[in-house]
Ligand binder design. Sequence first.
Ligand code: UDP
Length: 238
Amino acid sequence: ASVEPLYRRVMLKISGEALMGDQGFGLHPPTVERIAREVKSVRDLGVEICMVIGGGNIFRGLQGSAQGMERTTADYMGMLATVMNALAMQSALEGLGVFTRVISAIRMDEVAEPYIRRRAVRHLEKGRVCIFAAGTGNPYFTTDTAATLRASEMNCEAIFKGTKVDGVYDKDPKKHADAKRYDAVSYDEVLAQHLGVMDASAIALARENDLPIIVFSLDEPGGFKGILAGQGTYTKVG
Ligand code: UDP
């Protein structure tokens, strides 16, 4: 018998850095393809999938403004970086036979569809993976906030935040051997204790819309699918 997935429609948020592999910058095609396979395995369960990919492997607004660039200009460059990552992921997914759409918050019609909510919902209903690019389209925001916003608009049942570790810990598990992982933690605890899940505006938006955030390890092969099938370790923020 086929498994009944935990959720029918989800948002997967990954950072741009998740696509750079062991390189210090940019895109590492085998890593992009590995993640694309994880996405396909979940799509094959019948789950409708939205994705937001950050741009930190290419450009971050804060980094540009620290070097003297005007902040909003630098943020637009960061948003453009997310479009490149979205196109790379689209290409990898399509190579695996998964139908996708890249939907940009900043119009660039030759490259990606503009964001039109009803149209995006329709793509999801047809089983296409929707990769939302260019963040929210506004400077001073992050792709965590973009993921939470689009997940809310698309009526996703959860946001899956893929990280390097298998959940939220009380301190950095890569630095402290006695760090403890939470099975579940509230939005308020995340905010009060500064548990670096997502930035505060993303957490606040998720809280307002009652959107659970599942923090899990993207490095664990089969991890994304496992959680949807009811297995594996993760932290549920909600
Ligand atoms: N960005 C923005 N508005 C948004 C989303 C992103 O201005 O709605 C810019 C911002 O400069 C950010 C960059 O795009 O630094 C890349 O996004 P982010 O830092 O969230 O990427 P990640 O850390 O997830 O790779």
